[in-house]
Design a protein around this ligand. Structure first.
Ligand code: ZN
Length: 500
């Protein structure tokens, strides 16, 4: 944990709205819970950004020497269409549409989710529990909440009594919402008539006739409310109070606010010490969502097969693009930004390749007149940026300073000692592959190599045509390449080409 001593790890706690030093309950152990997906549809890129944020947190905590138990759930029951307390279950609805069993839907989209996580090099959690495997524990928690007087039973359903809870505890402390404002904003929805207050939320719902997913309970056949599973699974595996709970910003209310209320009402303890929320991915300023028609899937992104995409991008380009923005800021998606990220990533990877072969003797230019470079300060600045609330954009900017030094050393303008080169090599390897979780992409490398090879073939044909004085053909090749965005120039040193 040496790296953390100068600048201890700080993170922004949504609960206190402040950047705080991170002090785990039982170091070196850290408990981390992140709300996982509801497995009823393909994952889109906005979801990927959220899981990437907590992948960076998981990686950095481990890099600092902590032993992290990372729990990320799978929601496979109880999340209703529209996030309300009434209506159809998202999974049951999809099962009906695809004419499959609900558990076939769950398996299908869980497999798809895992594939996407692997594609973007997002590490699997330590435990990945499902809501349907924790029905007994959920019933137990409801019983404790009822026993403590914070829930009531109506027609086989159980509701959390928000006004009663808010009278004694700080309901709204996480989201900053006041119950008066919430009351003013509530609209009459189906099932509301059973609730004593429109603020109340379902802990257990009676299964109506034809409802596909239901379990026996002390209140009859039914299914759990959406917020309950996370309270149950986080505390079951991480303890009644644990270190960090994360999720997308859209989960702050009601989902996470309800999680706090459930734990306090059932067990008298606030469950989480640090709440962290990742920001949204937007496209041209609008939230990325299936319903907006701008929520493309990772497959579409890689193939470029979507009306908003000029071409395809590799998974690591996308990962790097997202990490060039701080997790708490909104990130706007554009082709120009992705292409800039692609270039930036290639520069970093190219510098790392040079670094592998660099020695204090390369090149054997005279040592006087060379600029020096402070490698130790660079390494400290990288660690300090990550310790400052996972500031990946600042850390990446520091790595580009390192690229300048590496290229300068190769060109003979900057002098690096062997020790400095070794430090740089370790730093680049740690930051690129461990902290940022990037990986060298065979696909992009081959593509690049293939591009260069194809260009050699084409330019060879063009040179042949020129030699035969077949200028029609040589001009045709040049013009067709120009139409593809590739400029060919005849220079004194020979023929060069570049993408515009
Ligand atoms: Zn959750």
């Amino acid at each position: 944990m040496a790296a953390s001593q100068d600048h201890p790890f700080h993170l922004t706690n949504t609960l206190s709205r402040k950047k705080e030093p991170f002090i785990p309950l039982n170091p070196p152990h850290v408990g981390l819970y992140v709300c996982g997906p509801t497995v009823y549809s393909d994952v889109h890129l906005g979801n990927v950004r959220s899981f990437l944020t907590f992948d960076i947190l998981f990686r950095w905590l481990r890099y600092l020497g902590y032993s992290v138990r990372y729990v990320r759930n799978i929601t496979d029951v109880g999340h209703l269409v529209g996030d309300e307390d009434a209506g159809e279950d998202k999974i049951a609805k999809r099962a009906r549409l695809e004419q499959l069993e609900p558990m076939e839907i769950v398996q299908k989209y869980t497999n798809g989710f895992h594939e996407v996580m692997r594609l973007f090099n997002i590490l699997p959690p330590s435990i990945e529990p499902t809501a349907t495997a924790h029905i007994i524990e959920q019933i137990g928690m409801i019983e404790r909440i009822i026993a403590n007087g914070y829930a009531y039973v109506v027609n086989g359903s159980v509701y959390f009594d928000v006004p009663k809870y808010a009278g004694k505890h700080a309901y709204g402390e996480l989201s900053g919402r006041k119950t008066e404002d919430q009351l003013a904003n509530t609209r009459g929805t189906e099932g509301q008539d059973e609730k004593r207050s429109p603020l109340d939320f379902a802990l257990w719902k009676q299964a109506e006739k034809g409802h596909l997913m239901h379990w026996p309970s002390p209140w009859g056949e039914g299914f759990p409310g959406w917020h309950l599973e996370c309270s149950v699974m986080s505390t079951k595996y991480l303890g009644q109070t644990f270190d960090i709970h994360g999720g997308g910003m859209d989960l702050k209310f009601p989902h996470h606010e309800c999680e706090i209320a459930q734990s306090v009402a059932a067990d008298g303890t606030a469950p989480v010490r640090y709440w962290m929320h990742g920001n949204m991915l937007t496209v041209n300023g609008r939230k990325m969502a299936k319903s907006e028609g701008n929520g493309f899937t990772p497959e579409e992104l890689i193939s470029g097969n979507h009306k908003l995409l000029e071409r395809g991008y590799s998974p690591m380009t996308v990962r790097f693009f997202m990490l060039q923005c701080h997790y708490a800021s909104t990130l706007d998606f554009s082709n120009a930004a992705l292409q800039a990220a692609e270039k930036g990533l290639q520069r970093l990877m190219a510098a790392y390749e040079i670094l592998k072969g660099l020695t204090a003797k390369t090149p054997s230019a005279p040592s006087d007149g060379k600029e020096s470079f402070d490698v130790e300060t660079l390494a400290k600045a990288c660690h300090a940026a990550m310790n400052d609330d996972l500031n990946t954009p600042v850390m990446i900017a520091q790595l580009f300073e390192g690229v300048r030094a590496i290229n300068g050393a190769k060109a003979g303008n900057i002098a690096l000692t062997q020790e400095q080169i070794d430090i740089l090599r370790g730093l680049f390897s740690d930051m690129l592959f461990i902290a940022l979780g990037l990986k060298e992409e065979a696909a992009t490398k081959n593509e690049e190599g293939l591009d260069a090879g194809l260009m050699d073939v084409l330019l060879g044909l063009r040179a042949d045509a020129k030699n035969r004085k077949d200028f029609a053909t040589s001009d045709l090749i040049r013009d067709k390449l120009a139409a593809l965005g590739i400029t060919v120039k005849d220079t004194k040193e020979g023929v060069v080409w570049e993408r515009s």
